[in-house]
Write a protein that binds this ligand. Sequence first.
Ligand SMILES: [Fe+2]
Length: 388
Amino acid sequence: MRSTKQYVNLSHNKVENHLKTLQNEFEETVTPTDTVTYKLRQFFWSNFFGFVYHYFKSRFGKRYPYQSYPKDGDSGVYQIPENTTLALLSDWATDTVESDLVGRLAARYNTDYTLHLGDVYFVGAPKEIRANFLNPDASWPWGKNGSLALSGNHEMYSNGRGYFEELLPRMGVDQAGVRVSQKAGFFCLENAHWRIIGLDTGYTSVRNPIMEILNPPDCRLKDVQIQWLKEQVKLGDPNDQRGIIFLSHHPVFSVFRNAFPKPGEQLRKILGNGDRPVAWIYGHEHRMVIYHTQNLPNSLTVHGRCIGHGGMPVELKAPETHDPIYFMDDRIRERLRRKNVSYNGFAYLEIKRPQSLMKYIDMEDTMIFQESWRVENGAVIVEQADAT
Ligand SMILES: [Fe+2]
């Protein structure tokens, strides 16, 4: 179990994230009676060269090979019941008291599917994957019919090895009574009315340090993912009038930090026009925000929902502008390292034929916001949205 305090003020600096992973490993090896000098000396000698080696290997080394469908007869498109429930957690895997609370609370909702929208802290190392998801005392809420995971940027800080080798083989969904393991960083869950499409924006969110200066990562969907969307998902089929819910780690729209518009622009090219509103649920930013519907330039018309408040401290920060915000959870829960911190939580999605109900549940099991959507000629319409 980790202390929540070490996550306050955490930057996207890869050095800091690698150091924190090593610091945690080290702290597990010393006993409370060791002196500070001894601990420091041990930390330096046991970790310094290891850190330098692992940091350079992961920052300049090759990313884990990109995975795609079809693979072993699996198209990555899975059928789900007409009436079904899902729990959506993002930026959750911190192995803290808070992530345990949220994980165990989501488990009590006993949903058919549970989805993680990415970021296993600090660097998605195999040990961190096991602590959050796989160990007997891990608190990931496994869905009755399966669980799937997207990659965030933190999984890619260690080149994705932990994510692809440790996590994905344990993720998967039941199809006709058989458990199918997750084979790539993206997927589609669908029934007669809805398509829930998980996009991989994590893999392209990190490059080696020189490339990041020359050509900053834009979280674009790689060509093979575009090909999958066209050929397996058949996303561009004009006769397909199902409602689309995109999931990604990175935000397509934000008024707090940099958004990543590229995937929206790529999807518009496949979908043909931007007039068919879609729901888009994302994390990366550690807060819970409901945006007004946005007609994004050269992109899609999006009902944007940020649910990155799964497990990281929700450090309150003023937006650049309030205009696009319909609702945000800015209640102060506690002061942590002189920062105001709000509530963690998750989203509960209930699909009932052409209707969908989204409930935003905080760590104390209070529903702070709910909304209902319906599908009409391929468009996702927000019928009702209320803070409770
Ligand atoms: Fe992230």
